[in-house]
Design a protein around this ligand. Structure first.
Ligand code: NAP
Length: 299
């Protein structure tokens, strides 16, 4: 096709999605609240929310996260697109509760950090479902932690299957791009294997580092270590000091991939331990040289 035709086509797709919509958000915490702030800031959508506690709903309205909010799940049923932003354990049950109240055109999407188990459970319940994962966050949780522009320049992974409706994928992609996220499309399984490496394994490794350090038997040494700890320890312990509920959910709902990556990590640790024990300095140097050059390429 001629370039002008492609431009026209993009324009048609863009126009189709550049419309004002009613967006529903269930779970007004860090991610749900941050989505609400940014969707409202676009000044074209109506954003309505649901959370379990009335205090959360009141705070969400007061902070401008939503136009209106309620504790009753049916409150978001009239939305065109509903983002399920509850902890992973409640995503499927939330969809279950919503279904009797939805019109067949309603697009459901979620933001869970794990995709295969969610997509496998939710897709048969609601065919107009698109799995998603905005790759942004902080160590905080709850409505007070919601931040505007949290998703700018961050990856937003969309995980359709063969059955996902192309128009619904395009709609979620377009909404994610309107937050200035970079969108990526992959299978739920590939997503889970990839995030095990770059998100879930680091949480377990970082938590293990903190635990191992705290198990130092000498109180004096531990006090000294705490006093002189600087950016190295702060960087490497950061993700291990995050929301425990989220770490638990990663392990529980992405169990196979987390165990797989932990075992590979354990093998690598054994290699390094052996190098040091046997004073194989050139072998150790080779590993460290390889990681130094590969890290910059990888990132
Ligand atoms: P969060 O800050 O704890 O927010 C979750 C909110 O959901 C809570 O504020 C809670 O408020 C509400 N909630 C809990 N259960 C609910 C239910 N059954 N029905 C309705 N609302 C409910 O957690 P989050 O960090 O935003 O995580 C939410 C989702 O985003 C998770 O699925 C997580 O995997 C995903 N995610 C997290 C991050 C991250 O770095 N944190 C990044 C990407 C994706 P009430 O007490 O008022 O109900």
């Amino acid at each position: 096709p001629k370039p002008w035709f492609l431009c026209k086509l993009c324009q048609v797709v863009w126009n189709k999605h550049d419309i004002s919509m009613k967006i529903g958000i269930v779970g007004l915490g860090l991610i749900g609240g941050s989505l609400g702030l940014d969707f409202r800031a676009l000044n074209k959508h109506t954003v309505i929310g649901v959370s379990r506690r009335p205090e959360t709903c009141a705070k969400a309205i007061q902070r401008g996260v939503v136009d209106d909010a309620h504790t009753d799940i049916t409150f978001v049923a009239s939305a065109d697109v509903i983002f399920i932003c509850t902890p992973i354990a409640y995503i499927a049950s939330t969809v279950d509760q919503l279904i009797p109240h939805l019109s067949s055109t309603t697009i459901l999407t979620d933001v869970g950090s794990v995709k295969a188990s969610i997509v496998r459970t939710v897709e048969p319940l609601w065919p107009n479902f698109v799995g998603g994962h905005p790759m942004a966050g902080t160590a905080e949780s709850g409505i007070d932690a919601a931040l505007s522009k949290l998703f700018v320049d961050r990856a937003y992974v969309i995980t359709p299957t063969q059955k996902t409706l192309p128009d619904s994928i395009a709609m979620i992609e377009s909404l994610a791009r309107s937050l200035h996220s970079k969108t990526y499309i992959c299978t739920p399984d590939d997503h889970d294997r990839a995030v095990a490496w770059i998100s879930h394994l680091p949480v377990m490794v970082s938590a293990s580092l903190i635990e191992a350090c705290l198990n130092e038997p000498s109180d004096d040494v531990l006090t000294l270590a705490r006093t002189i700890a600087s950016s190295g320890f702060r960087d490497t312990s950061r993700v291990g000091g995050g929301n425990p509920e989220l770490g638990m959910m990663m392990a529980r709902y992405n169990r196979d991939e987390v165990v797989r990556s932990l075992k590979a990590y354990q093998t690598q640790l054994s290699t390094i331990t052996q190098c040091i024990e046997t004073e194989s300095w050139s072998e150790l140097e080779e590993i460290l040289q390889h990681t130094q050059t590969s890290r910059s390429t990888f990132l």
